[in-house]
Design a protein around this ligand. Sequence first.
Ligand code: GLN
Length: 188
Amino acid sequence: KKKIGILAVQGAFLEHGNMLERIGVESFEIRKKSDYQGKDFSGLILPGGESTVMGKLLNDLDMFSDLKKMIDSGMPVFGTCAGMIMLAGNIRNENYTHFGSMDINIERNGYGRQLGSFAVEGKFAGMRDVPMTFIRAPYIESTGKDVAVLAETGGRIVAAREKNMLVTSFHPELTDDTRVHEYFLNMI
Ligand code: GLN
């Protein structure tokens, strides 16, 4: 039985839990080390929010290296928006990375900081008319050779997968379409 840990120190974590509940998948929130220590679970969600704050809290709460180890040892992980920023191996317009585990080069706040919120429908992994909600989102500028591009809109890459890692610039948890979460669950 699949059980998903949702990083819940900051950001849009509740919506991911609601989405998983709708498709009948158990989840739990990760706010501190004891929430995951000794626990058996099969996937991790890094939600949208503010990546700088999330990164700082992970360090303050001493969870950063545990989570990095999980991700780098193959735990299926889904990063939305700020979660994508957490996973990116390079952030073109910053001089730091967070986990840095995925071979993508991203532009943070790629659509502008203020008026960067909009919604479109597009193709995701061959599925049509998937609603995509963007909120001060990053986009993917370029990908490494082992990365599969799963969605593009406006000429920009907005979803990708490499091995155990899935990222979207947009927020599927803020729509009522469950297909992107189902795609993630099929990676497990
Ligand atoms: N702009 C945010 C950041 O840099 C991401 C926005 C979001 O997750 N909706 O972390």
